[in-house]
Design a protein around this ligand. Structure first.
Ligand code: AP5
Length: 182
């Protein structure tokens, strides 16, 4: 599971990690954006939260991601990006092998999000970027303690070149694989 502030590199590192492990990559942000873009009734309920940088309420999020989570579990494992983001969501997921925390200062996160040019509504307005950072610190960062207490948290300095971050994530995963195997 990848845990980190907006802009910390979850979406950059996640697909590569999943490919390396041979498991599905699941990004709740991607799933929620796809639902909103599809213009379904559910998507229409989700879209305003995405635009405002607010967390989508847990019941709506679960409606969108439950099926993908179940499929990924059936596949024997997965890399999770952006989920869980609240303690109730963490309870829904249960135990995970390792939580990779991509640690990044808010200043660098702001710069990365403002520079990204992928047409995401939640990157366009500096106020929405600020709100996403506040939401992260208020609602998601408490999960760091939650997983630290369970001994599954590994923190990686995300303020380095993507290849350097990738190498450290790979090393952390290898250590966990050895521990699990041993
Ligand atoms: P989500 O899609 O998860 O977005 P986020 O957490 O805001 O994170 P980002 O995708 O912006 O950043 P990232 O950490 O993936 O970094 P990235 O690799 O893209 O969530 C969006 C919204 O969906 C939420 O606000 C919420 O509304 C909703 N949502 C999602 N999950 C939810 C849940 N579980 N419950 C409720 N609501 C939920 O990189 C960012 C930029 O930096 C890119 O341009 C990249 O090229 C660049 N970059 C990456 N790494 C580096 C590096 N090492 N050096 C320099 N640049 C880098």
């Amino acid at each position: 599971m990848l845990l980190g502030a907006p802009g910390s590199g979850k979406g950059t590192q996640g697909p590569r990690l999943a490919e390396r492990l041979g498991v599905p990559y699941l990004s709740t942000g991607d799933l929620l954006r796809a639902e909103a873009a599809a213009g379904t009734e559910l998507g229409a309920r989700v879209a305003p939260y995405l635009e405002d940088g607010e967390l989508v309420p847990d019941d709506l999020t679960l409606e969108v991601v439950d099926r993908a989570l179940a499929d990924a579990s059936a596949a024997g494992g997965f890399v999770l990006d952006g989920f869980p983001r609240t303690v109730p969501q963490a309870d829904r997921v249960g135990d995970v092998d390792v939580v990779l925390h991509l640690a990044l200062s808010d200043d660098v996160a702001r710069q990365r999000l403002a520079a990204r040019d992928e047409g995401r509504a939640d990157d366009a307005d500096p106020e929405v970027i600020e709100h996403r950072l506040r939401v992260y610190h208020g609602q998601t960062a408490p999960l760091l303690d939650h997983y630290d207490r369970r001994g599954t948290l590994v923190t990686v300095d995300a303020d380095r070149a993507p290849a350097e971050v990738a190498a450290e994530l790979d090393a952390a995963l290898d250590a966990v694989t050895h521990r699990t195997a041993g």
